[in-house]
Design a protein around this ligand. Structure first.
Ligand SMILES: Cc1ncc(COP(=O)(O)O)c(C=O)c1O
Length: 400
């Protein structure tokens, strides 16, 4: 008996696959330095874990309303106003199990079979798969390091058809670290809004941004934008809370209510204890976020400097998130460690086997000329990993 259409169509997550391979090799006693992680290596700040402990001790262990406890919805509204200049009522906010579920809910609510969803590429691995799960079709706008991985108003206009329903924008972006300026976001979101297209603005990396750049939310550009843009954010990256599984969407009430109805029948509420902790994350001391970003900044500079020295690799400086996305296509014309390499999957395979360093092939993000390297791993590991990579690529056997 065949499985469903969705089961046949949905691809395994490339990032999750790499991490499973590292675990398997570790079990065989082989030490691999992993750069595949999409999560901060920092612990959740103590004030947040303490709030969770209090919630357990208070017996706060039952189902909550599907869209979240009132206190958290209010704290999210305060945050959106304070940080982003967005004025939402708690009824316009829905808490989900990670930003991942928030985006999935929205895609199911906003698109149908036959609809198209525009995704700038390179993209976060789950966007195309979630679009397909909604029965819609992903439409990619390709970018490269030559244009800092940015789409343009012209390329967006070209991608729009009468079937376009949603445009996903992710700034700061995974995997490239792209950060759009306010002017660029205004132009891009403006085109979508004018054409009546919904915008899902995935702002999960909002806090992980460098060089004093200020994050801007497209929904803040005016009333027309508030009607069409849905802002998605979460706790995983800014507060090192990946395992707590908590994110949210804020937008027009009709859309948020529909997302809640849907979530009523899938997971219902997010974890009650995590929700109490999240209130503390938003209202408590923000110093740990700043310290984490300062540390990421050092690693980012170090990594780009090391990579830029390697022949065949060129690397732009990411403006946000915690990944570098070097162009490695200069290695494809030759053999690496005695083996011909012609794409990112083959290169990653060789690097993991011969240099014992694990990266994610760019093809997972729709860009085969690149690999993704996370710097959410401590400096000692980064140094060792870069040494191993350099040793392999500069050794006599490395380049043949
Ligand atoms: C761009 C982007 N959006 C959303 C998510 C989902 O985050 P979470 O579900 O942990 O909140 C991730 C996680 O890797 C991401 O990189």
């Amino acid at each position: 008996m065949a499985l469903s259409r969705i089961a046949e169509e949905i691809k395994a997550s490339g990032t999750i696959k790499i991490n499973a391979k590292i675990r398997d090799m570790a079990q065989e006693g082989i030490s691999v330095i992993g750069f595949g992680m999409g999560e901060p290596d920092f612990d959740t700040p103590k004030n947040i874990t303490a709030a969770a402990v209090r919630a357990i001790e208070d017996g706060f262990t039952r189902y909550t309303p599907t869209p979240g406890i009132p206190e958290l919805r209010e704290a999210i509204c305060e945050k959106l106003w304070r940080d982003n200049g967005l004025q939402y009522a708690p009824t316009q906010v829905a808490v989900s199990i990670g930003a991942k579920q928030a985006i999935h809910n929205l895609l199911l609510v906003l698109s149908d079979g036959g609809d198209e969803v525009i995704i700038p590429s390179p993209y976060w691995v789950s966007y195309p798969e979630q679009v397909k799960m909604a029965g819609a079709t992903p439409v990619f706008i390709h970018t490269s390091d030559e244009t800092e991985f940015k789409i343009t108003p012209e390329s967006l206009k070209k991608a729009i058809t009468p079937r376009t329903k949603v445009f996903i924008i992710n700034s700061p972006g995974n995997p490239t670290g792209v950060v759009y300026t306010e002017k660029e976001l205004r132009a891009l979101a403006g085109i979508a809004v004018e054409k009546g297209i919904y915008v899902i603005s995935d702002e999960i990396y909002e806090k992980i941004i460098y060089d004093g750049i200020k994050h801007v939310s497209p929904a803040s550009f005016g009333d027309e934008f508030m009607k069409k843009v849905i802002t998605v954010n979460g706790f995983s990256k800014a507060y090192a809370m990946t395992g707590w599984r908590l994110g949210y969407a804020a937008g027009p009430e009709k859309i948020i209510k529909a997302a809640i109805r849907l979530q009523d029948h899938t997971t219902s509420c997010a974890n009650s204890i995590a929700q109490r902790a999240a209130v503390e994350a938003l209202r408590g001391d923000q110093t740990p976020v700043r310290l984490m970003v300062e540390e990421f900044d050092k690693r980012r500079r170090y990594m780009v400097e090391r990579l830029e020295k390697l022949e065949g690799i060129s690397c732009t400086m990411p403006a946000g998130a915690f990944y570098v996305f070097p162009n490695v296509s200069g290695l494809y014309q030759r053999a690496v460690a005695g083996t011909d390499v012609s794409n990112s999957t083959e290169l990653v395979e060789i690097l993991i086997n011969k240099a014992k360093v694990a990266f994610v092939p760019g093809v997972c993000f729709g860009a085969d000329d690149y690999i993704r390297i996370s710097f959410a791993t401590d400096m000692a590991q980064i140094e060792e990993g870069m040494d191993r990579l350099e040793a392999l690529l500069t050794s006599r056997e490395g380049m043949l």
